[in-house]
Design a protein around this ligand. Structure first.
Ligand code: SF4
Length: 231
């Protein structure tokens, strides 16, 4: 496992649980608005945190922490993810996975082995705009397969979309919401321009972001239109 960073205590990353969060190095997408260049661009990787250090910390915190969030980058790219999570589960921790949904085979293996308890998946764009938003030629069939797997997994889960005004229109967001299966939770995440982004153009201009009020209005509209969205 290439672990590029961690947060040792969080009350906001795993709903209802006291969690540590690790961030894996490496991502197959290149979203222009991404704030995590040091986890995405190999030339900006920092020194890895040894897996043994994370496991040692979790062992030491048994009873004080009860969950681990595995975020990225894109964690499902890590060849050592499954054995690592086996060790984490053996210590008695809940595991939440944050994923871009590009590797349904890995998701399937993790679910079959009961190694994840909560999944958060980003749906980046409507099908027609996936390549534009992710910055690569995306296998949208794989993304849809992941949505299907997760929604049928009976595990707590959430689908979420980061909304950048210059990338996603109101109609795009409506189309994304239609990709979310009935009964699944869907969250619109406000894009906040700050710090650095993969494409520097996204770091500053306020024109890139929808306000909270606008996002709430969209969610209201979706509810009234009986598009299947819960927030
Ligand atoms: S925002 Fe995009 S590029 Fe950045 S880590 Fe997530 S999927 Fe990868």
């Amino acid at each position: 496992m290439r672990i590029g960073g961690w947060v040792k205590f969080s009350l906001i990353d795993y709903p209802g649980e006291m969690a540590a969060v690790i961030f894996t190095q490496g991502c197959n997408y290149r979203c222009a608005y991404c704030h995590n260049a040091d986890l995405v661009l190999p030339e900006q990787y920092t020194q890895c945190i040894p897996e043994a250090e994370v496991l040692g910390f979790l062992k030491e915190r048994q009873g004080k922490l009860n969950a681990l969030v595995v975020s990225g980058g894109e964690p499902t790219l890590q060849p050592g993810l499954l054995p690592f999570l086996q060790k984490v589960k053996a210590l008695g921790y809940f595991v939440k996975l944050d994923t871009n949904g590009s590797r349904p085979k890995v998701l399937k293996a993790l679910l079959a082995a009961e190694l994840v308890d909560y999944i958060a998946m980003d749906i980046k764009a409507p099908v027609s705009k996936y390549d534009f938003v992710t910055g690569i030629s995306t296998n949208v069939v794989a993304v849809k397969e992941s949505i299907d797997l997760i929604s049928r997994s009976e595990k707590p889960h959430v689908f979420r979309t980061t909304v950048v005004r210059s990338m996603l229109s109101f109609n795009d967001i409506r189309d994304i919401s239609r990709m979310v299966p009935e009964g699944s939770r869907f969250i619109l995440q406000e894009f906040v321009p700050r710090g650095s982004t993969l494409d520097p153009e996204y770091a500053n201009p306020l024109s890139q972001h929808y306000s909270k009020e606008e996002l709430n209005r969209m969610l209201d509209f979706f509810r009234k239109s009986e598009i299947r969205v819960t927030a």
